[in-house]
Design a protein around this ligand. Structure first.
Ligand code: 4NP
Length: 149
């Protein structure tokens, strides 16, 4: 199962999802059954590492994200990955522009895997990375549950 998490900059929300999901999958001993990555709809942060407060929040919960740098989604991602998971509605529009209709059946919102669907809290303007952590963790737990039942 190949999963790509997508947000606007690929320095906050989607890398948090990538590394939380990798951690959950590892805890279940399922790492070899998953390929998990993240990417951006924009080129704004291309090549930049995970935003320090996002990295700190992961680290506070025992999760490392060393070496991850932002990259933009490509049309090829739409073919390669089995699931393309956005953090908010605007990410879905950004993905549709690049992936086209062919990948539409693989595109989801992360919070749709929880009992409170909608957008992941965006820390870019609020600086509240803990709320984002809670949303992303809940989404990833629901996603893993959906994929392993
Ligand atoms: P992210 O956060 O999409 O969760 O990685 C943002 C990062 C960069 C920008 C916006 C949101 N930006 O405008 O550059």
């Amino acid at each position: 199962m190949k999963i790509l998490f997508v947000c606007l900059g690929n320095i906050c929300r989607s890398p948090m999802a990538e590394f939380i999901m990798k951690d959950l999958v590892a805890q279940q001993g399922l790492s070899d059954q998953f390929e998990i990555a993240s990417a951006a709809t924009s080129r704004e942060e291309e090549g930049n590492p995970v935003y320090p407060p996002a990295r700190r929040t992961l680290a506070e919960h025992g999760i490392r994200c060393d070496g991850k740098t932002s990259r933009q989604i490509t049309a090829q991602d739409g073919e390669y990955y089995d699931l393309l998971i956005g953090m908010d509605e605007s990410n879905l529009r950004g993905m549709k522009r690049v992936f086209g209709e062919k990948a539409a059946h693989k595109v989801r919102l992360l919070m749709d895997y929880t009992d409170r669907p909608g957008n992941v809290a965006d820390p870019w303007y609020t600086d509240d990375f803990e709320t984002t952590w809670q949303d992303v963790l809940e989404g990833c737990r629901g996603l893993l549950c959906a994929l392993t039942k």
